[in-house]
Design a binder for this molecule. Structure first.
Ligand SMILES: Cc1cc2nc3c(=O)[nH]c(=O)nc-3n(C[C@H](O)[C@H](O)[C@H](O)COP(=O)(O)OP(=O)(O)OC[C@H]3O[C@@H](n4cnc5c(N)ncnc54)[C@H](O)[C@@H]3O)c2cc1C
Length: 350
């Protein structure tokens, strides 16, 4: 009898389909399952796997993690708080984040999120690529939109590199690199570079070549001497930063909606925030309290209010950081201890 009633109630809740099992899609799936909403998630590849990411989560609030039901999964993360910046060989200074960040590998985190979603009754279909049809009840969380872009992101795990701070940030000409310790003595090295077609190396050598190309020779030497974790090197190219072109009628969250420049360490936080913001509108849709058009409007308005300012500011800062003419003024400001790390930090977050 009880089973019959709960089955009927389940049948009265629409299923939400999620395309993409990165942080945004998995966190959304978990939060929806906690609300009793049926979830089917399509992931083009499989878990676990390494991803191009700085693996440094900054700016996410504890209440967001609690709301999503994933706070405990970050308990295993390291909590770096001190960031040291360099411009080439010049130290720009050290600053302490108002709150410690989280540092942990996406290899482990995404697999654990997937496990949790399944444990909560979500259906995860790995190696299944969804198509971007604007179907009611479908959320597009498929990450960076493949497009002609000028950027390449490269990452690998290395061991045997003593870090000078919780997060090392190295600014070069047309690119930058972050290093953070993540687990068991491994550090993640991840950089964003303007594509240079003359650089043709493969695997870890590609990262080393890009470091030298942007003038970070000393860092290249340090990494050359390090041990590199098998299979951890990965690369991504063909994407644009900032707001992604809208897709009519499609509900989009995470990097599919907008990509904040990675130097902020805020992209994963935005993916999680976007998932948290989508829960209430999607629950209302699933329970027939709102139609799909109203749900789409809620998702779009929520995202615009939450992300517009920080995207604009972070884009401007990145342009300045990478502009060759700004290197010298930047170094002078740093010498005078006039770099406004803290205000910029706050403005590139919620
Ligand atoms: C160089 C670089 C460094 C970065 N460093 C940091 C950092 O230090 N800190 C930080 O917070 N953020 C960082 N980011 C950003 C961060 O990685 C992203 O913002 C975050 O991963 C976005 O999550 P997402 O779920 O939207 O997308 P993703 O994590 O990219 O997940 C999208 C998923 O969708 C799947 N998919 C794609 N197409 C389909 C399809 N058609 N059907 C089904 N599945 C599909 C993909 O396989 C993938 O698993 C960095 C990004 C770059 C490029």
């Amino acid at each position: 009898m009880a089973g019959g009633v709960s089955q009927r109630m389940a049948e009265e809740i629409k299923t939400i389909t999620i395309a993409g099992g990165g942080l945004a899609g998995l966190a959304l799936g978990i939060a929806l399952r906690r609300e009793g909403v049926p979830v089917v998630l399509y992931e083009a590849l499989c878990y676990p796997r390494h991803r191009v990411c700085g693996e440094f989560i900054s700016g996410v609030r504890e209440e967001t993690l609690q709301q999503l039901g994933i706070a405990d999964l970050l308990d295993m993360a390291r909590r770096p708080q001190v960031v040291k910046w360099w411009s080439g060989d010049h130290s720009l200074g050290t600053f302490s984040l108002p709150e410690p960040a989280y540092a942990l590998s996406r290899y482990g985190l995404d697999a654990q999120l997937c496990e949790r979603l399944r444990a909560l009754g979500g259906e995860v279909r790995e190696n299944s690529r969804a198509s971007a049809d604007p179907e009611p009840g479908t959320v597009w969380a498929a990450g960076r939109r493949p497009t002609k872009g000028h950027w390449i992101g490269l990452k690998a795990h290395v061991r045997g590199v003593a870090l000078a701070a919780g997060l090392e940030m190295h600014l070069g000409t047309n690119g930058y690199v972050g290093l953070v310790e993540i687990e068991e003595g491994w550090s993640n090295v991840c950089g964003l570079f303007r594509v240079q077609s003359s650089i043709q190396a493969r695997g870890p050598q590609l990262l080393l070549d890009y470091l030298r190309h942007i003038g970070l020779d000393a860092l290249g030497d340090r990494l050359q001497r390090a041990s590199w974790r098998d299979d951890s090197f990965c690369a991504v190219a063909g994407f644009r930063l900032g707001m992604q072109p809208p897709r009519a009628g499609l509900a989009v969250i995470g990097d599919s909606h907008s990509i904040i420049p990675p130097f902020t360490g805020n992209g994963m936080s935005m993916a999680l925030e976007a998932a948290a913001l989508a829960v209430v509108p999607l629950c209302r849709y699933a329970r027939y309290q709102e139609d799909w058009q109203a749900t789409l409007r809620s998702l779009q308005n929520n995202a615009a209010n939450a992300f517009h300012r920080r995207l604009t500011l972070a884009g401007t800062c990145q342009n300045l950081l990478l502009a060759p003419w700004f290197r010298r003024p930047l170094e002078i400001l740093a010498q005078q201890q006039l770099l406004p790390f803290r205000p910029l930090f706050s403005l590139t977050r919620r």
